[in-house]
Design a protein around this ligand. Structure first.
Ligand SMILES: [Zn+2]
Length: 296
């Protein structure tokens, strides 16, 4: 592999013969209430730092997954196309620096083979495209195939009123069937190590990603498990379109991951990148053993 040694300050995790790096996809601040849905503030405010504006920091940690056969970007951060007004509205605290992160590993967007967005919300899809020198949005990863669930892409093409506020057409400009869009429908093994599966729940076509290599495993549950504070199946976010599905997926899958001691990968957490799933002392809930801290 012709890349320079990874920058050791960049958080990373090895899963068998594959490696995951966390990239800086931008930090925003959002009202803490919706991030914890039905959970009362007296409970969630013990877990996160809340500002006077009731907002909490939200990271958008895109991941680079390097397997023996492919270089894969999972989710893409907020991107760099937001207007000044949007940046103010979403309280952007740290800009999107995904290409800089790739550069620290000796890679550029041209080296990416596959992009797997968990779903099409702006905080996950914002980095899929960038402005070219004429100000037109074009795919950020010119050689990559973009992998979407059939159900998710149908909403991108024809958003309902709720989805339209978060599915911004400029984030999908130049992503086309027959060109660089790969539509899958349900479970799909994309490389020998990487399995994509339909979760639904957060959005109708939300997908998760499992990495299995040499007896080790990691899983990305996207916005079904946005942070370490959402491990309890009932701690769901108000932006979930189908919260009962989110609860069912977490109840079904998390105990399995704890049994296998899989790594859980976090996209929105501000403190950790990943944690090893384990069963709590009560024999029922799931907690984290070892964790990978964010870059300080
Ligand atoms: Zn999100």
């Amino acid at each position: 592999m012709s890349r320079k040694q990874p920058d050791h300050n960049l958080p990373h995790l090895r899963i068998g013969d594959s490696e995951i790096f966390w990239l800086d996809g931008g930090r925003i601040r959002l009202d803490g209430g919706p991030m914890f849905g039905p959970v009362p503030k007296v409970l969630w405010e013990k877990k996160v730092e809340v500002g006077d504006d009731n907002c909490i920091a939200i990271d958008n940690s895109a991941m680079l997954l390097i397997t023996p056969s492919a270089k894969i970007v999972i989710d893409s951060g907020i991107g760099d196309k937001m207007t000044a007004k949007q940046q103010e509205h979403f309280r952007v605290q740290q800009p999107w620096r995904l290409p800089e992160g790739l550069n620290r590993i000796g890679l550029s967007p041209d080296d990416i083979d596959l992009v797997i967005p968990t779903h099409a919300d702006f905080d996950h899809a914002g980095g899929l495209t960038r402005h070219d020198h004429t100000g037109r949005p074009v795919p950020t990863f010119p050689r990559a195939q973009y992998v979407f669930q059939k159900k998710e892409w149908a909403v991108v093409k024809n958003p309902d009123r709720r989805s339209a506020s978060s599915y911004w057409p400029e984030n999908f400009a130049g992503i086309k069937e027959g060109l660089n869009l790969k539509i899958i429908d349900g479970d799909f093994q994309i490389t020998p190590e990487v399995n994509i599966f339909l979760t639904g729940g957060h959005t109708i076509g939300h997908q998760g990603i499992e990495i299995n290599s040499q007896g080790e495993s990691a899983v990305h549950l996207g916005d079904l498990l946005p942070s370490q504070n959402h491990l309890h199946p009932l701690w769901v976010i108000a932006y979930d379109d189908y919260p009962m599905e989110v609860i069912a997926v977490k109840e079904q899958r998390l105990p399995d991951y704890a049994r296998k001691q899989s790594w859980l990968l976090f996209y929105h957490d501000t403190e950790i990148c990943a944690g090893r799933a384990q069963t709590a002392r009560d024999g029922r809930n799931i907690t984290l053993g070892a964790t990978i801290k964010k870059e300080s």
